[in-house]
Each structure stands twice: as C-alpha cells, then as structure tokens.
Design a protein around this ligand. Structure first.
Ligand code: PLP
Length: 341
C-alpha cells in the first residue's frame, strides 16, 4: 500500500494490502501454497462460471490494532463457519476450516503494518469464485474455484463517523429471495441496490430497512436492533436474512450487561411505537453499531427520541469496541492475536 494513501480519507474498501493469500480448487480438492503472494490482477476466462451464473460468495471481518500495539482478528472462527455455509449453499464443496483459518491469519500477518490504529482497522475479505470456463453450466456447479483473502485498511464505513442515520422502510420489495438471505453472496447485494438507490434519491435516506409486509429484518448491509434501558429486541434468525456476527456479539454483550434479550418477530408497528421511548441501531462488521435517528415510513418521518444517538446504543457500542480493541477482557474467546509474518 502506498504511504500517501490514507484509510481515513479514502472511501471504505478502496485501499488494499499488497499481499494476499490464494488457494485453488479442482474436483473438490483445495490447494494453498502456504504463503502470501503479491496482490495482482486475476486472469479469468471470459466464460468463468461465477461471472455468468453467480457462483461466488464472500465474508467480511476485521483485524483491529490492539491497545498494546498487537493486532487481533475479531470472531475469526464464526466468520469462517458462515463462509463455509455460504459455499455449501452455492452447492460447491467447502474448503477445510483449518486451511481457511491459516489463509486468513497469513493474510493479516503479511499486511500487519498496514493495519490502521483505531477507529480504523484492517478489513478482511475472504472471497470464493467458481472459475470453470463453461457457459453451458447454468444448472451445475463450477468444477473449479479460486478462494482468496484480500485485506483492506479502512476508516469509518459511514462517512462522518458516528452520526444518527435516516433509514427508509421498504415494505414491498424484499432484499433477496427467502432461501438465500443467509448466504453472503454478491447477487443479494445487487438485488438490494435498486430499492436502496431509489430511497437515497427520493428520500435522502442513508440506508433502507427491509420490512416486507411489516416484518422487519435487516438493511442492505447490517442487522437492526431496538434498545431501551431494559431490553434489546431484534428479529429471530431464519433463512431469510444474514446471521450477523456483530448481532450475535451485541446480544451476548447485552445479556452480560443485564439487558433482557428478545429474539422474535419484529412488526413494523412495534418499531414505530418503540420510537416514542427507545432507541434503534444498525449492527454489522462495517457499521459496528450505528444509531438510527429517524425512520421514514411512506411519507411519515418518525424520530427515535430527539433524533440523536441514545445512551444505550452508545453504551453497547463502547462495550463491543472495547473487546475488539483489547481494552476489555475477552471473556468469550473472540479475539485471535496475529503475529507479524
Ligand atoms: C445484509 C447484511 N446483513 C447483516 C450484516 C451484518 O453481519 P456481520 O455483523 O456479520 O458483519 C451484513 C454485513 O456483513 C450484511 O451484509
């Protein structure tokens, strides 16, 4: 990474560590050479399966510079498990857990000096693509694949740091298809793009929250929670939306802190009523905990409290970030410390 490139001024995800790790798969057998290589362009056949039939998925996790100067990956094993689940849902043979773990740790070790201090981090993007050159394989999985781990020094996901977001509520168009919501596949993101761009243009919204027929689930790239002084409430898991690792971390931390955690159906009417006394936030690896100031329901604008980040959201955010940065005890074993490569 060139020294003049500043992760705090460059848009999220546009800078890259200059080493990455790569494995190939043929007929179900994976091969990783065992060491990182310089990041370079891929050479793909124009008939590459992933380009035509969407046989691709990825993960998003972060390595954080710790208070003592070391670097630790947050919830590495949970992200690997979700990746393996996504690959299986593409009907592709998943790689070995330990190989993926080694490749992610090696990629961080090779780019450890590019890890910014907090609130920045090294964002990690394990990526899987079906590479078979076959434009007649719409109904069969790719016989070959590439799996690689990119690193990207990042600052804040939402420009402007912690500020209350304005969220448009989408009640008719779902984010993706019900059976693919829990797969971290590019197709899901491009499906959500149209309604998201429309809401940004027509309502000056930061994001949209999918609440098909009033069933509140998630936004285009984060989960959604309500909180007040006693409770954290979020939609119960099913196959229709992504099982956020941050969501799980927050529910665990909230329970440790004495909040009652409710995972259940979340009707839009309840969210609207909750705004009278409570808070709402988005949760995700990139978003961390991003407070919601207002929601837009048709032509109605509903503010949570005075529209500013609330104390419970900030308290949970501080607790989460404390664990990520090594300032608080890691009671759940969520940090993996990486040694320089
Ligand atoms: C659609 C969607 N929902 C939720 C999340 C939050 O997941 P996590 O907390 O694991 O980053 C993400 C981010 O990856 C996402 O893209």
């Amino acid at each position: 990474m060139a020294e003049t490139q500043d992760p705090f001024s460059a848009p999220f995800g546009t800078l890259f560590g200059d080493q990455y790790t790569v494995a190939t798969m043929a007929e179900g057998t994976y091969h990783y050479s065992g060491s990182p290589v310089p990041l370079e362009n891929l050479s793909l056949h124009p008939a590459t399966h992933a380009l035509h039939y969407g046989s691709t998925c990825f993960e998003g996790l972060k390595a954080h510079r710790q208070a003592d100067g070391s670097v630790a990956i947050f919830r590495l094993d949970d992200h690997i498990n979700r990746l393996l689940q996504s690959i299986s849902r593409l009907r592709m043979p998943p790689p070995d857990f330990d190989m993926v773990r080694t490749m992610i740790v090696d990629a961080v070790a090779a780019n450890i000096d590019a890890t910014p201090d907090a609130p920045g981090s090294l964002y990690l993007r394990p990526t899987f693509i079906g590479t078979a050159a076959n434009i007649g394989a719409a109904a069969s999985p790719s016989s070959t694949a590439l799996f690689y781990v990119l690193t990207s020094p990042v600052g804040d996901y939402f420009a402007g740091g912690i500020r209350p977001l304005t969220i448009y509520i989408e009640t008719s168009t779902p984010r993706t298809t019900p059976q693919f919501g829990m797969v971290k596949s590019g197709a899901n993101y491009v499906m959500a793009l149209g309604p998201t761009l429309d809401a940004k243009r027509d309502h000056a919204a930061d994001q949209i929250l999918f609440a098909t027929n009033g069933d509140v689930t998630e936004t285009g790239a984060a989960n959604f929670c309500l909180v007040d002084g006693d409770r954290v409430i979020t939609r119960n898991l099913d196959e229709s939306f992504l099982h956020g690792v941050t969501r799980n971390s927050i529910l665990t931390i909230a329970s440790d802190m004495g909040y009652t955690v409710e995972e259940r159906a979340l009707p839009l009417d309840e969210v609207k009523a909750f705004a009278e006394h409570g808070e709402a936030f988005l949760s995700g690896t990139a978003a961390v905990i991003s407070p919601v100031g207002n929601i837009l329901v048709n032509d109605e604008k509903i503010s949570f409290g005075d529209g500013q980040p609330g104390p419970n959201s900030l308290k949970l955010r501080e607790a989460l970030v404390g664990i990520q940065l090594g300032k608080a005890e890691d009671t759940h074993g969520w940090r993996t410390v990486v040694q320089a490569g």
